[in-house]
Design a protein around this ligand. Structure first.
Ligand code: HEM
Ligand code: HEM
Length: 197
């Protein structure tokens, strides 16, 4: 999963183009999906406003969630087959452990969260997409079970959000405080700027 060299004066292995495309595409989509889920559940659930706007948000969330599930399965397979670049030698041992736990935790939740959402929506019998078609049902309708499964979906999404906040904070810390090459592994354009400096 790595491009072995970058032409930089600091030798560093960066993530491959495919790995970077998966990463940034999914980062954008997940950072839209999380607030969308939180806001729609607040508006539909807490405020009890279930108008066309709320309904469209739910439909968009489900459709985007299923697209994300397909993307993450492809990405995970790619990761298992191709691996990742060697860890940077400048990282402390505890940082290697924490980042490994963070990355695998994010992968696990990126797979588990949409599966729980899809299962919950199936149990709820709410699989219609903008009145055009129905997503295939995974199970028969049972609204009581749906509530439990969707609560698990919400918790899984909350833990995912916490891991992502930690992940982004770590990337900013490495780039601005430690000034190492962690961010450049996922954004090799930064290496060119460094070389010019
Ligand atoms: C990576 C993908 C996904 C993320 C990050 C995500 C995130 C979220 C979040 C943050 C909430 C709000 C939870 C709350 O405040 O209780 C939510 C609710 C919900 N999600 Fe997802 N979701 C994803 C995929 C899906 C999928 C694939 C479906 C169904 C096909 C789905 C269906 C729902 C439903 C029906 C709710 C409303 C639950 C309620 O009102 O109690 N989600 N999601
Ligand atoms: C703007 C926000 C983000 C920044 C700056 C960022 C930065 C990075 C960097 C620098 C790495 C490589 C770390 C290393 O070399 O050890 C990485 C890896 C990773 N990021 Fe992000 N990231 C962001 C958002 C996200 C989001 C939202 C997700 C979840 C969808 C995510 C999931 C991952 C995963 C799973 C890896 C591990 C890749 C692998 O080894 O297979 N990132 N990120």
């Amino acid at each position: 999963m790595s491009d072995a060299t970058t032409g930089s004066k600091d030798h560093v292995e960066v993530y491959s183009g495919t790995a970077r495309s998966f990463h940034w595409l999914m980062a954008v989509l997940v950072l839209l999906q999380l607030p969308l889920g939180l806001y729609m559940a607040y508006r539909g659930g807490d405020l009890g406003i279930f108008d066309r706007f709320t309904n469209n948000m739910y439909t968009t969330h489900k459709m985007l969630g299923v697209i994300l599930l397909v993307l993450i399965l492809l990405r995970f397979l790619y990761r298992l087959v191709n691996g990742a670049p060697e860890e940077l030698a400048t990282l402390e041992p505890w940082q290697k452990t924490v980042s490994m736990l963070n990355h695998w935790g994010i992968y696990a939740l990126l797979i588990g969260t949409p599966i729980l959402g899809y299962l919950g929506a199936s149990y709820y019998g709410a699989l219609n997409i903008w009145g055009f078609f129905n997503l295939p049902a995974l199970v028969g309708v049972d609204k009581k079970v749906a509530e439990v499964v969707l609560a698990y979906h919400g918790w899984a999404a909350t833990v995912l959000l916490a891991l992502i906040v930690l992940h982004i904070a770590a990337a900013i810390y490495h780039h601005t405080v430690r000034k190492d090459l962690v961010l450049a592994r996922m954004m090799p354009g930064l290496l060119k700027k460094r070389d010019k400096a």
